[in-house]
Write a protein that binds this ligand. Structure first.
Ligand code: IMP
Length: 207
């Protein structure tokens, strides 16, 4: 299956290429992406896939992805706003959690694939863990140097890209998406930017 990932993030592409075997994935070539104004990861992922459909002549599937980190002590923030929350996002988070005992957090990812005939598939995935006290490790991106998955003592940046390609929230969402692809896809929602009433969602395993 040929699909265009509506993102400019090469890390995300690398993770999804491994998690979606049999999918021929490439990054969308676009100078700008739509603003992330949805009320859920799903809405933002759908908006990216629709944007890709609009600017790309390709008959391939369009894959939209949206993800973020949710910190319990910040009442689930920065969540949807993870990428634009702060220019010094890691330091800001470490400062906000200074002295905090509850450091639980999770990564969340929603993937939406739109087919050439307006079919729609969805997969979601999460990775539970905690925010460490300092940066450790060099791989991954974003919050990975301070995110320690549950059951691990190392950060995602220390565990590395190979670990991440099998275990990340994105890999889990991709597996859920592949499962949804194996069953019959629903028809696209026609209301712009809003989720369909009963999306064919397949949820990735949590933890
Ligand atoms: P998006 O590109 O709009 O989906 O923004 C996602 C933001 O959430 C990124 O800029 C990161 O700050 C954070 N994030 C999402 N996934 C990851 C991940 O796998 N590792 C580290 N940070 C992530």
């Amino acid at each position: 299956m040929r699909a265009v990932l509506c993102s400019s993030n090469a890390h995300k592409l690398a993770e999804l290429q491994v998690a979606l075997p049999g999918w021929e994935l490439e990054l969308l070539h676009a100078d700008e992406y739509p603003e992330e104004i949805g009320e859920s990861y799903y809405e933002n992922a759908l908006a990216k896939a629709r944007f890709g459909r609009g600017v790309s002549p390709s008959a391939a599937w369009m894959l939209g992805e949206d993800s973020g980190i949710e910190v319990v002590a910040l009442r689930g923030g920065p969540g949807l706003h993870s990428s634009r929350w702060s220019v010094r996002w890691i330091d800001e988070l470490l400062e906000r959690l200074e002295g905090a005992e509850d450091r639980r957090a999770r990564y969340v990812c929603d993937l939406v694939a739109l087919g050439p005939e307006c079919q729609e598939l969805r997969g979601t995935g999460t990775l539970e863990g905690a925010i460490g006290k300092e940066r450790r490790g060099r791989e991954g991106f974003g919050y990975d140097p301070i995110f320690v998955p549950i059951g691990e003592s190392r950060t995602v940046a220390e565990l590395g890209d190979a670990w991440k390609r099998s275990n990340s929230h994105r890999a889990r969402a991709a597996r859920a998406l592949a499962e949804a692809a194996a069953s019959e896809p629903r028809t696209c929602s026609l209301r712009p930017g809003r989720p369909p009433r009963s999306p064919r969602a397949s949820t990735g395993e949590t933890s």
